[in-house]
Unconditional design. Structure first.
Length: 136
């Protein structure tokens, strides 16, 4: 059920044997992401439950989910890019059906993120699901 963009990330991860290379790749994904306008970094878009500052702003067009996101931490910005690849373009009604835990597990992220980062990813996924449910 993953998007082609997420499948591309999963394929890349298969070729990166070393976790440090994967970690660098996640950071590069975050650096390549378009910057989120400062005007959208407001309390309403801030994600609670993350050790870093994280903002997610939804964008729904033609019934499909998308979002802009940003963080003050490079690795978290990269994780936002991974989540963007997982959810962007998915019909809003299908966002809740995506098993983010399993999809991210394919990348081996669960084994290599600190518990704080893992909690932050869960908080971001929950926010995404809530935003999509509100738009559905």
């Amino acid at each position: 059920m993953a998007t082609p963009a997420f499948e591309d990330i999963a394929e890349t991860f298969e070729f990166l044997d070393d976790w440090e290379d994967r970690y660098r790749h996640v950071i590069e994904l975050g650096k390549a992401m378009a910057p989120m306008p400062e005007a959208l970094k407001v309390p309403a878009t801030k994600v609670d439950g993350c050790a870093s500052q994280v903002w997610l702003h939804p964008a729904i067009a033609d019934g499909r989910f998308d979002f802009q996101g940003d963080s003050d931490a490079l690795i978290v910005r990269g994780l936002i890019a991974v989540l963007h690849a997982l959810y962007a373009g998915v019909p809003v009604a299908e966002v809740g059906a995506i098993d983010a835990h399993a999809e991210l597990g394919r990348l081996g992220l669960h084994d290599h993120l600190s518990s704080q980062r893992s909690n932050g990813v869960r908080a971001m996924v929950e926010r995404i699901r809530t935003l999509a449910a509100a738009a559905a």
